[in-house]
Design a protein around this ligand. Structure first.
Ligand SMILES: [Zn+2]
Length: 318
């Protein structure tokens, strides 16, 4: 079956390779490109999370040195942090040590040395002068997303007025316990100008909120894998650099070994998510495929359809 290729705007790693590992090698990035292409992904944004700026710069150099002509295309970089909320729950697995206030000069410098290849920046709009920062970053040709935040409705509106266009993994990167209203989820759901990315592995969001976000955002919702290096690996217990061992179940749920209630990131590619969403009757196949292909493609400014790929689809999906 010929289908529009999948596009993944949030990939932290895949198949044992971690883009945030300071020892990352360019050949490993090329390997991820090949493996993701085999999963039907035609383009993706490697994602670097909150870290020391020197490490971010060095990792980006390694990533952009990759020759990906035989695999999924690196469409640019997604910087998730370091200008996020430092509050527990909101910051998720990001290292609080490197979280800092928005620094426009740093982003400007990176965008210059990497020749406009930074495509997306996720930040929290509760920092001072956020609106000015958003305007500046948008002026560099970078799309701005709101995420890992406990920002107020007013702060979210101001960031959107200034040019923010996306909620990163809406419903995640937020404390378990929230005021019933107002809270940042309602504020972002109600803001029509914001697109929403969703982690559709069946574990990060419950069926009710997943379907609610899709209904509210309509053609502005899309899937991201937010995959870690454990995606594409066999079930089992593994050592993780994010603090302790992790357990990956056969169903694809990744949690900390010491506390299985604590998620440790996603362990699925977009194709695996689509398979799980369809199998569990969360979405039909056409909807799920669109959420993983042309929607993120269009969010990035692509026209028409992403490259077509030949995919063998089990009959049970359709
Ligand atoms: Zn995140």
């Amino acid at each position: 079956m010929k289908l529009p290729g999948l596009v993944d705007l949030q990939v932290n790693g895949f198949a044992g390779i971690d883009f945030n590992n300071p020892a990352l090698q360019t050949e490993e990035v090329e390997e991820v490109c090949r493996l993701l292409y085999a999963e039907g992904v035609v383009g993706f944004l490697p994602t670097l999370v909150t870290n020391d700026f020197d490490v971010i710069e060095s990792l980006a150099r390694t990533i952009f040195a990759a020759n990906n002509s035989s695999g999924a295309m690196i469409l640019g970089l997604h910087l998730e942090g370091p200008f996020i909320s430092s509050l527990p729950g909101a910051r998720g697995a990001h290292d609080v040590k490197w979280i800092c206030a928005p620094n426009f000069n740093r982003i400007c410098y990176l965008q210059n040395i990497f020749r406009n290849k930074i495509k997306l920046l996720t930040f929290s709009p509760d920092w001072q002068d956020s609106a000015k920062f958003v305007e500046g970053v948008c002026g560099l040709g970078i799309r701005v997303a709101i995420g890992h935040t406990m920002a107020t409705q007013e702060e979210i509106t101001q960031a959107t007025n200034a040019g923010a266009t996306l909620s990163t993994h809406l419903g995640n990167g937020i404390p378990n316990q929230l005021s019933r209203h107002p809270n940042p989820i309602w504020a972002q759901l109600a803001e029509d100008r914001l697109w929403a990315s969703l982690i559709g592995d069946g574990f990060h969001l419950s069926r009710d909120i997943f379907q609610t976000i899709i209904k509210v955002k309509r053609n502005k919702a899309f899937l991201v894998s937010d995959s870690t290096m454990f995606a594409g690996m066999k079930s089992g217990q593994y050592q993780s650099s994010i603090g302790g061992d992790v357990i990956l179940t056969a169903e694809g749920r990744l949690s900390m070994a010491g506390n299985e209630n604590l998620m440790a990131g996603s362990a699925m590619s977009i194709r695996m998510m689509i398979e799980s969403l369809v199998r569990n009757n969360w979405l039909n196949f056409e909807e799920a495929w669109e959420l993983g292909s042309i929607r993120p493609w269009r969010y990035l400014g692509g026209r028409g359809w992403s490259e077509q790929v030949e995919i063998s689809v089990p009959e049970s999906w359709c």
